[in-house]
Design a protein around this ligand. Structure first.
Ligand SMILES: [Zn+2]
Length: 304
């Protein structure tokens, strides 16, 4: 009696062990296949993106770069996003607030030389986005150059220097000023820069104070400026810098509704993965401060 009971139990046990081994084998194989399939899908998608980009515009700029080497960081650091406005002589400007946003070209050149001499890589906003959102590696010494408002001197003074150094940069354009207000870039200047490594993104239509507007009104200026630039450059506009860094409780939703995927304030600090991607910090390059402060802001994420 006892013996008869034991035999079937050990047979069932043996069968169960065999079944688990087979199941484990099948699951492993399936996972391998899925990951291969996914990586193939990614390659296909990448190719598709490249073809589309090349067809839509001739800018070599938007083609994704593949960073390699030892000084890559993955997700534990922040990146300084430098904020410039006007690059011009400021010696006759007496108002200190105005003077602070007008950086003399020779100072700008000195700063760019510092970036070059110290091995910095200037990232595009797409690269910053992929670093923050998708964990894509970037060089350890990465920095992002941004210019607000789209002053004409960005073309006459900053652009030649950026070109000389081969640096990537982004201009946030007040689209209502384009071709209409003398101080701002023309559409031809915007197009030329975009074709030569300078990305163009939105800074609203009329530099509205978003913190004073309803959801609908914010959305209006966010959508219209986006559409204007997309039509002008035949490319997607995904990013925005809020005018004067102002926003309210509706702003994030308005930006999302308008189709933006990342946005910048003028809140002081480095762009950090832990911050809401619709409210990224930037480092103000203050024309009233000296070179030591510039270096401090580049090297220390907890700068004063
Ligand atoms: Zn502005």
């Amino acid at each position: 009696m006892k013996k008869n009971k034991i035999v079937p139990i050990s047979i069932i046990g043996l069968v169960l062990v065999l079944l688990s081994i087979i199941a484990a084998y099948i699951i492993t194989e399936k996972n391998n296949f899925t990951s291969i399939e996914n990586s193939q899908k990614n390659i296909v998608n990448d190719n598709k993106t490249d073809v589309k980009v090349n067809k839509e515009n001739q800018s070599k700029y938007v083609k994704p770069r593949e960073f390699k080497g030892e000084n890559l960081i993955y997700n534990d650091k922040q990146i300084p996003v430098l904020m410039y406005h006007s690059i011009a002589d400021n010696s006759n400007v007496t108002n200190l607030a105005s003077k602070s946003i007008i950086l003399p070209p020779e100072v700008f050149r000195e700063q760019m030389q510092y970036l070059k001499d110290n091995g910095y890589t200037t990232l595009t906003l797409d690269e910053l986005y992929n670093f923050l959102k998708n964990n894509k590696p970037v060089p350890e010494k990465s920095v992002v150059l941004t210019f607000d408002d789209a002053y004409k001197d960005n073309y006459t003074n900053a652009y030649p220097i950026l070109k000389e150094f081969g640096f990537k940069a982004t201009i946030f354009v007040i689209t209502g000023g384009t071709d209409k207000i003398g101080a701002y870039l023309t559409s031809d200047q915007i197009k030329e820069m975009y074709a030569n490594g300078i990305d163009i993104q939105s800074h609203t239509v009329n530099h509205e104070d978003l913190d004073k507007l309803s959801l609908e009104k914010q959305q209006e200026t966010l959508v219209q400026s986006k559409q204007f630039l997309e039509k002008l450059l035949n490319k997607k506009v995904d990013f925005i810098a809020y005018p004067s860094g102002k926003y309210n409780n509706f702003t994030e939703q308005a930006a999302k509704n308008a189709g933006y995927t990342m946005a910048f304030t003028i809140n002081s600090g480095w762009a950090n993965r832990d911050t809401n991607i619709y409210f990224l910090n930037r480092v103000f390059v203050n024309a009233l401060k000296d070179f030591e402060q510039f270096k401090e802001r580049l090297n220390n994420s907890n700068y004063e």
